[in-house]
Design a protein around this ligand. Structure first.
Ligand code: ADP
Ligand code: MG
Length: 216
């Protein structure tokens, strides 16, 4: 069987889908953040991806690592608050495991898992945060461990990613009953209970975009 490859175009397409997504979902993420934060999460993602949209074609000639580094840098430079820099760091580090590849090369599925690992792990380092604190980690960390486990169990790549997306959604749902110990929602204490975490919601949808673009 030929080896499963996520080609260069896959990695470009994911970013090209995140651009309109940030606009379409802006109001929803704002609504979630209005309940337990300061109501800017939708706007923050929109500002970031509008900046990315301006440069995405010029960046596409670079290899995957440099392309994603540029995306991350734009989010870091243009977006305030906490999620912008955390999303920024995710994209800054995402391509590192394949940094030696040429401008037309993609990644194997094992490399893709390493990339997800790099991106997701930096969020815990930067945020000094972990699972159970009502943040995006509650989506991303279970998604990553499920992705690794499904791959090790021999699932086909897209099926493994489907399980990861599901685990991320369950993680997102789990934030509803949590009190926050990181981020702005922390100040609300018990009053944050009953509300989904905005960053957990947006990252769950981001993972779904990574999934939907994958070939069978
Ligand atoms: P801000 O909180 O600065 O207004 P956003 O509204 O854009 O930024 O993003 C809020 C989201 O950021 C939260 O819902 C949470 O998921 C995430 N977040 C905040 N602080 C942290 C942290 N220390 N670690 C991980 N995620 C965090
Ligand atoms: Mg906010």
């Amino acid at each position: 069987m030929a080896e499963y490859i996520l080609d260069k175009q896959y990695f470009i397409n994911v970013i090209k889908d995140l651009i309109p997504w940030a606009e379409e979902r802006k109001d929803y993420f704002t609504e979630l953040d209005s309940a337990i934060g300061d109501g800017d999460h939708g706007m923050n993602l929109s500002i970031g991806f509008r900046e990315v949209a301006k440069h995405v074609d010029e960046w596409s000639v670079e290899n995957v690592n440099t392309f994603y580094k540029n995306v991350g840098k734009a989010l870091l430079d243009k977006v305030g608050g906490s999620a912008g820099p955390l999303y920024g760091s995710f994209f800054m580090k995402f391509g590192l495991p394949i940094k030696a590849k040429g401008p037309d090369e993609g990644a194997t599925f094992d490399e893709f898992i390493q990339m997800m690992d790099k991106g997701i792990t930096i969020i815990q380092k930067r945020g000094k945060s972990t699972i159970g604190e009502k943040t995006m980690n509650d989506t991303l960390m279970p998604a990553l461990s499920t992705l690794k486990a499904a791959n090790e169990a021999g699932d086909a790549p897209k099926a493994a990613m489907a399980k990861a997306v599901e685990a991320g959604k369950e993680g997102l749902e789990s934030t509803r009953d949590m009190i926050a110990t990181k981020g702005r929602a922390m100040r609300l204490g018990e009053r944050a209970v009953g509300h989904l975490d905005p960053g957990a919601a947006s990252t769950a949808e981001m993972l779904e975009i990574f999934y939907k673009n994958m070939p069978e």
